[in-house]
Design a binder for this molecule. Sequence first.
Ligand code: FAD
Length: 367
Amino acid sequence: MRHRIAVIGGGPGGLTFARVLHRHGRHVTIFERDAGPDARPPGGTLDLHEGLGQFALDRAGLLPEFRAISRPEGQAMRILDTDGTVLRDWHPADDERANPEIDRGQLRDLLLGDLDVHWGRPVTRVTPTGQGGARVHVADGSAEVFDLVVGADGAWSRTRTAVSPVTPQYTGVTNVETSLDDVDTRHPELARLIGDGSLAAYGINRGLVAQRNSGGHVKVYAHFRAPLDESPGGSEEIRSSMLVLFDGWSDRLLDLLRHGGTFTHRPLYVLPVEHTWAHVPGVTLLGDAAHLMPPLGAGANLAMMDGAELAESIVGTADLDDAVRAFEERMWARAARWAGITAAGLDRLVNPDPAAAVALFDEVQPS
Ligand SMILES: Cc1cc2nc3c(=O)[nH]c(=O)nc-3n(C[C@H](O)[C@H](O)[C@H](O)COP(=O)(O)OP(=O)(O)OC[C@H]3O[C@@H](n4cnc5c(N)ncnc54)[C@H](O)[C@@H]3O)c2cc1C
């Protein structure tokens, strides 16, 4: 029997789920809030791990295409002291493919392929029918019943309330984001400083990270401990407050902020490390909707792994509910492990002792 399946959200998790089912000849209805694939900037580069994001792409049959467009050189990592002294400078070996980088837009296009997405259809809520299925309510007032609804709608999931009362909580750390375009031509000194991959510097309870994307685009992230600020002001006010916060740091590092374009203020929220729920027939969650954690290089990988696993669990058994239950058990265990790792990582990266951040990199970088 072919089940009627919907996924809410066309991010890395939802699209991987749909793509793997599609590979097995199964149709999924994808509801996406955005009006189209280019409705908003896709965000920064992602490193896809061999055993997670790359594994999921393999299950989707997309690993060769990923290898052709990803950037293994983007695994390079340089750490500076706040005065600009180079403390660490790692370069990947020529054949190193553990965590190559890919632009989010490229990943989205790769996963999208010829999938049929219902763009511009924000879901307002999902309600279990009580008979094994669930109803999807869309902002235009329409509603549709499916045998399974998968909430892959990110941090502020509208699907989550169907299974869990838990909401994301502020970590005490805020991320401010800006970017530089055409860095090799317009800011060659910064381009040399950043190198092929990422640059990071850590001070007391704060850090500055610059990550190269393709096409000379660089994303800059400033993160710091602070009470939740719900009215940080406009882009120029945020830039000024960052220049005050990082006052005294090397001019080369401050240039990342001085030359940045638009500044965006993003407090970091997380779900509890062990977020589980009593199984609800007809609805489940994956990715950030299920296990939002600090942005330390795991979230998209886990969302994709979830998507691939749930899809394969569904094609591997005739009993849809059994497939979802088995998936949830595996996902919860994996997510709790990574949520613990990333929570501890955030504490060390945004720490009163900047040496704690450098020591963390020493532990995870290949020697
Ligand atoms: C600064 C930063 C850097 C990061 N770097 C990395 C990294 O290097 N590696 C890594 O693995 N992870 C990284 N992450 C984490 C990663 O971005 C997320 O974990 C990942 O995007 C989660 O994927 P998802 O598919 O679960 O949700 P999302 O990517 O949030 O996608 C959710 C989708 O659902 C749609 N949607 C939302 N609400 C609705 C609705 N009501 N109706 C319909 N559609 C809806 C959204 O428009 C979106 O398309 C980073 C995060 C940040 C903030």
